[in-house]
Unconditional design. Sequence first.
Length: 459
Amino acid sequence: MTDYGRRRFLMNAGLTVACGGMAATAGAGAVSNATVGGSSASGAAQWSSEHGNAANTGYAPSTVGPKPPVTVTWEYDHGGSIAVVDDTVYLTADDGRVHALDAADGSVEWTSEISSEKSVTAAGSPAVASDTVYVSGDRNSPAVTALDAANGDVRWKKTDLGYATNLSPVVAGGSVFIIVDKILYALDADTGKKLWRFEPNLVSFDGREYGDMLVRRPVAVADGAVFAVSNKRLFARDIETGDDRWTDMLQENWATEGFSGRPIADDDAVVAIRGGTPTVFDTETGEKRLTLPGHSLDVLTQDRVYATGEAKSGDGSSSAVITGYDRKTSDDVWHSSPEMQSVGTPIVDDGSVYAPVEKPSGETGVFAFDTDTGSRKWSVTTDARPSRIAVADETLYASTETTLSAIRSEDAGKTADESNEDQGKGQSIPGFTSGVAIASGVLALEGLRRRSASGEEAD
């Protein structure tokens, strides 16, 4: 356990003693690991792949992010896709390496090799399961590689699948699922051996046959099935055999808009954008339950589907908003506060919706919204709008093209006595806001911030 983890444990243990039985009910109603696609990441503090889990939900029901007031506790001078498992942050960076960072302080635990026989040129997003990190390569170095999560050593490397991968392997049920050259492969997670493959047949429209290959999007795994989309079809394939469970097909004509985006799923429903409309299907039968307003699809939780969109004000101006729809009725039941010029892909934990944003003023950063009220809990300013965010272990990670930042509560890692002492002083940190206040200016914490680059701390 890291020093941060030990101190956080002591603080939480003290709170548990003080609060008695309250701690036992804090996670009531959380979805099980199986519900979010059978991700092998265990425990509450995991973000095992780009969209959180093997089901692509973007939802971490068993964890919470930082509470206000918040601060950037460390930064790392590389950006990219991230996964967070067992107190380690795994980053596929712009230099083609996988970087493993200590979640406590951002120090480097290891980086993968790129100039040896066992090298790997990583692209896209990592997926972590069973002490292994899985990454795919780019067109110049096409491969699916399994790395030892402890030291970065290559466990196996698959180079004979093809050239164009979807760059986002998904791991569930002891298998690695990835689309390469428009074919879905299931590989043994321990050895890389091919277990099965699926290549869609041609489809017929108006007496003509068309190729309708799988799109390069992450598949979703839930309820014993792998869900993948082509231009005109949504496929549900058995996770063990690859056999067909059901297929939904757009029947109108070849020219109509087809499936787009990534499917997201849990053990009850799979949601995909069908003909420009988010559509909810039964995972077992493929029955279409309902359609949702709007044209985007971002997060699936126990009771809602969250999507980004645009809101018009009375004067005709527009702003970006996040909307939560009831997944059973499609009713519009939740809105983020309308204060964003643009918004990236949001994520959700037990109590907050987080989003990379740009404000009308041009400032960029991360907002945290309350899942009950939609009001803003806190905001942090970053040098650019983050392209990816993740939440794990009371930390919000935000990655731009060049920098990874770890955002925590100012009291994170302190014992209960230390927290009470600081609260008594009534000190505040400049450059951050909490509640519904507006973020004010660029962060002014360089003298307090721990900064990691290539494993060294800046002076």
